[in-house]
Design a protein around this ligand. Structure first.
Ligand code: ATP
Ligand code: MG
Length: 583
């Protein structure tokens, strides 16, 4: 039963136990009412009707109406309270799932399709909720109904009761067969839903490229194919469910026939009254609905187990990059960065991106990083705020291994801007502040000025203007300047800037550089650079090649002494020089 699989998530119901108790009581109430009705019918038939005393029929019929009304009220309460409890559980579980996703390291997200995460967060958690609010209840209801009905039947005629039970035994065989087949199909459906979600998500984020390359038919074909496969799996699931339900509904009819045959015999021999037989048949009818429910419960149960399995795959991933025991906060940060014998491989990859890399950046110094494309500059930049952890060696901040610091504390000292200036669908202000505690208007203005992002004042609602998803309502250069403003906001003592000016024009670049120079003066910064003009900001430059630091020195020294450095920069250098002249 999915109950075992669900055990991990059932504690989410705990805060709502009051609702669960009300639900349980109303469940029992509705069951008692339903079970009492055949008793009253039996009384009416064997009493006033058989004895032709129709004058006495009024009170028991009135009782029947009252019981019916009570059942109605209980059913209403049951539905309402089970729904409330399970919905709250769903909300809490989804919150925790999201929090867990956020706590997982970047490399986890490198390896998971976003659609698979999305489908887990939305549809799998919904499946768990449906099982809790319907499946589990029907399951309990069915068991209680069977037990109660069996006792009542046995009171009437124990032999008939045993025959009825025997007729129901094939349930075990049918449901086992169903379980074996359905678990495979349910898993496939849920995975395929994730794949389909991924395609939609990729289309939505990549719509510009898709249109520009005229790849709509290709994407459509991919989607069609996936949707068709999902459809086929669903049809398989429907067929399995239909088979189970047909088999299950057959059983009460089978037992009804047996009851009529044997019960008729008992009535003719006087061991059972006609009213008793009718009551007995009513009990068999009472089992028809639970038999239907078993079909539902079994399929929901499989779906829930699969959903829990899929949720566990994420919830069991432990954050690799988290606070170690004994990690400490850093009060004041001078900003000395040292990479000592650093080696790095991406998880799930065997290639060393960095190896035996040694580099020191003194407090207040600006170090430029230069290297061929793919040489590992961005990777190196990731290591400082611990977006990834080194595979060997260590990264030290003020002489302390970054892994010995509280993540929050470490990251609060580092301002970052990466190649891809990611913005969120929120206001410009929210994108800049990113939840940092108090940021004064002066600081905000200063950061916007340094990044030459003062265009924000001209946006329709100024800082409150919402930028579309991923900031797509802004130009590339505008996004980059906002990302830079975000990095320098709050004057962190360490700045890690990965090619922060690649999308701005030469003139703006020069203005930003001038403003940035005054900021960089007082902070330690790691500046990944592609354009020689930006190198003017760097006190020293490190050339990364073959995963290590091939040379360090001032720009002028390296230009003089290092052929690779010269080759990497001189062509562009000449280009940019000539652009400056013509500008
Ligand atoms: P560029 O100048 O083009 O920005 P870079 O020096 O910043 O290049 P990196 O982005 O650090 O280069 O990449 C270094 C190497 O690591 C590349 O060969 C790249 O293919 C590989 N790489 C980058 N990200 C990942 C990842 N998430 N998983 C596996 N390999 C990766
Ligand atoms: Mg890079």
């Amino acid at each position: 039963m999915g109950l075992r699989a669900l055990r991990r998530y059932l504690p989410y119901l705990r805060p709502y136990w009051g609702l669960v108790v009300i639900f349980g009581l109303s469940q029992l109430g509705s069951l008692a009412a339903a079970a009492a009705i055949p008793k009253v019918i039996q009384y009416i038939i064997d009493g006033p009707i058989s004895h032709h005393q129709l004058g006495d029929i009024g009170p028991p019929v009135a009782l029947l109406v009252v019981i019916g009304l009570l059942e109605f009220v209980f059913i209403y309460l049951r539905r309402n309270f089970s729904g409330m409890a399970s919905l709250r559980m769903e909300t809490d579980l989804r919150n925790d799932f999201y929090a867990h996703l956020q706590s997982l390291q970047v490399s986890f997200h490198d390896n998971w399709q976003s659609g698979q995460l999305l489908s887990r967060a939305i549809s799998d958690i919904g499946t768990v909720r449906r099982f809790v609010s319907y499946g589990l209840i029907w399951f309990l209801q069915t068991i209680v109904t069977f037990a109660v009905v069996f006792v009542l039947m046995a009171q009437l005629d124990w032999q008939l009761a045993i025959v009825t039970v025997l007729c129901m035994l094939p349930i075990a065989y049918f449901s086992n067969r169903f379980h074996e087949k359905y678990k495979v199909i349910a898993r496939r459906i849920q995975d395929q839903q994730g794949d389909l979600t991924t395609i939609i998500e990729e289309m939505a984020t990549g719509v510009r490229i898709i249109k520009a390359f005229g790849r709509m038919p290709l994407m459509q074909a991919r989607f069609d194919d996936m949707a068709r496969r999902l459809g086929a799996s669903n049809i398989e699931a429907i067929a399995e469910r239909a088979r189970l339900w047909t088999q299950l509904t057959l059983l009460p009819n089978l037992s009804l026939a047996a009851v009529l045959l044997l019960g008729g015999y008992s009535v003719s021999h006087g061991s059972l009254t006609v009213g008793g037989l009718i009551a007995f048949m009513n009990y068999v009818f009472m089992l028809t609905w639970p038999m239907d429910a078993i079909g539902w419960v079994l399929s929901m149960n499989e779906e829930c187990k699969t959903a829990v399995q899929r949720l566990n795959e994420v919830m069991d991933s432990r954050p690799d990059i988290a606070d170690l025991p004994g990690a400490r906060a850093m009060e004041r940060c001078k900003g000395r960065i040292e990479l000592r014998g650093v080696g790095f491989k991406y998880p799930k990859s065997d290639a060393w991106i960095l190896r035996d890399l040694n580099l020191t950046i003194e407090p207040g110094e600006t170090l430029g990083l230069v290297g061929r494309t793919g040489s590992g500059k961005t990777t190196l930049a990731y290591l400082v705020p611990r977006l990834y952890d080194v595979t060997e060696g260590s990264v030290l901040l003020d002489g302390i291994d970054v892994r010995d610091l509280h993540l929050r504390s470490l990251r609060s000292h580092i301002g970052t801007a990466f190649e891809d200036p990611i913005l969120f669908s929120a206001s410009v202000h929210e994108n800049l502040v990113m939840g940092r505690p108090i940021v004064s208007d002066e600081e905000l203005k200063r950061a916007l000025k340094v990044a030459q992002a003062e265009f924000v004042w001209d946006l329709p609602w100024g800082l409150e203007t919402r930028v579309g998803e991923q900031g797509y309502t802004l130009s590339g250069g505008q996004r980059q300047r906002l990302a830079l403003a975000r990095a320098v906001l709050g004057s962190p003592p360490v700045l890690v800037l990965d090619d922060p000016l690649s999308s701005v024009d030469v003139h703006t670049e020069a203005v930003i550089e001038r403003a940035l120079a005054s900021v960089l003066e007082s902070v330690t910064s790691l500046l990944v650079v592609h354009r020689p003009s930006t190198l003017a900001l760097a006190d020293r430059v490190a050339l990364i090649d073959g995963g290590r630091v091939a040379a360090v020195g001032t720009h002028a020294e390296l230009m003089r002494t290092n052929p690779l450095y010269r080759a990497l920069l001189s062509q562009e250098y000449e280009d940019s020089e000539s652009r400056m002249v013509t500008a």
